[in-house]
Structure formats: C-alpha cells, structure tokens
Design a protein around this ligand. Structure first.
Ligand SMILES: *[C@@H]1O[C@H](CO)[C@@H](O)[C@H](O)[C@H]1NC(C)=O
Ligand SMILES: *[C@@H]1O[C@H](CO)[C@@H](O)[C@H](O)[C@H]1NC(C)=O
Ligand SMILES: *[C@@H]1O[C@H](CO)[C@@H](O)[C@H](O)[C@H]1NC(C)=O
Length: 175
C-alpha cells in the first residue's frame, strides 16, 4: 500500500525551513477526530510503526506535519489492535508533504467496512479553497478514497499552512 512500508528519511524541519522558507510556526497539522460511539485504535507509520494509541469517543489526535524525503506518513485506524497488526478492516489516512501536503484516505483493506456500514468519513481542510473528501465507509464506488492502488484520483493537495481533519462517523450534515 502507498507509503505503508516505505523506508523513509525524515528531513529535519530546520533544513526544510531553509529550503522552502516556511516558518515552522505556520506549518499545519494532520488530525483525526473520533466521532464514533466507541474507541478506535490508531497506528502511525513513518519509517517504523509507532505504538498504538486509543482514541476515545470525541477525542482528536493531531500532529504537526512531518516531512520526509522518501515517502510519507500512514495513519491506520481500526476497531482493534489485532486488525491494525493484521492490516485488515482499516481506514488509512496518508499524507506526504513537500512544497504542499498531499493527502488521501484508503479503504483498500476494509472488508468489514470499518467504522461501520453507512457511516461517513470526511477529510476536511482548514482552507476552504481546497477540496473536502467524503465517503460512506462501505461505498466502494466512492471516488474520494482508494479502493485499488491506482485510485490516484483520490489524492488532494493543500498548502503547508492548511490543516486537515479526518472525522470518523461524521454526521452527514457536517461533512
Ligand atoms: C467496534 O466493534 C464493536 C463490537 O463489534 C462494535 O459494537 C462497535 O460499534 C465497533 N466500533 C466501531 C467504531 O466500528
Ligand atoms: C445503508 O444505507 C442504505 C441507503 O439508505 C440502506 O439501503 C442500507 O440498508 C444501509 N445499510 C446498512 C448496513 O445500514
Ligand atoms: C488556501 O488555498 C489556496 C489554493 O490552494 C492558496 O492559494 C492559498 O494560499 C491558501 N491559503 C492559506 C492561508 O494557506
């Protein structure tokens, strides 16, 4: 899967800042909001897998964009640590930042349609000039997520200053 097993080199933010002249303080965040009624499990992967975190209902996880020269970050979400470790029934949020941040969500390994049938996944930028990506978890015809590795039409980009939030179990009206 994209980015999941890439060997990455993390470029220091200092050298990044020098290259692109973006002050560190203006760099945005990638976030995940668990709007579901039960806890979900999160594993962040860059050059290695970080320890699994539990996101309680209503909890927001955010990290300032991390930069790498050979790939990006994959944030895997599932309903159990087993599913995370076995790479199944999961939603992946992926991002890669260079001069902009490229983001996508992947439902490739999601046979169980986590986080539940007919729940909305919404990936929203803070900058309203950039696109919002929205899918129903089980809708394999949704063009806003990867279902096969060539679904590159599901990638969006926004500026480094913009932040994104993926909402699990978003209310349709708040997409
Ligand atoms: C996780 O699994 C439990 C047990 O099947 C289910 O009740 C719950 O709704 C699931 N949570 C999510 C967010 O999918
Ligand atoms: C999902 O929504 C569709 C359309 O409203 C409905 O026909 C279907 O039964 C729902 N599926 C589940 C599992 O709730
Ligand atoms: C918002 O996005 C537009 C279009 O990509 C870009 O031109 C603009 O600079 C962005 N604004 C901020 C504050 O990032």
């Amino acid at each position: 899967m994209r980015n999941s097993h890439a060997v990455l080199c993390i470029a220091s933010l200092v050298s990044f800042q020098g290259t692109f002249a973006h002050p560190l303080s203006s760099i945005g965040n990638m976030g995940i909001l668990n709007n579901c009624e039960t806890a979900v499990y999160l594993m962040v992967t860059r050059e290695w897998d970080f320890p699994v975190r539990i996101l309680d209902p209503g909890e927001l996880y955010q990290e300032r964009y991390q930069f790498s020269t050979q790939g990006g970050t994959s944030m895997k979400l599932a309903n159990s640590t087993d599913d995370l470790q076995n790479g199944k029934n999961q939603v992946q949020l992926e991002y890669t930042c260079t001069d902009r941040c490229y983001v996508d969500m992947s439902l490739i390994n999601n046979d169980a349609k986590f986080p539940g049938h007919n729940t909305t996944l919404s990936l929203r930028p803070s900058n309203s000039s950039c696109d919002t990506l929205t899918c129903i978890a089980g809708d394999t015809t949704c063009r806003d997520a990867y279902f096969i590795p060539t679904d590159d039409h599901a990638v969006r980009a926004c500026s480094l200053e913009a932040s994104w939030i993926l909402t699990l179990c978003a209310k349709p009206l708040t997409r």
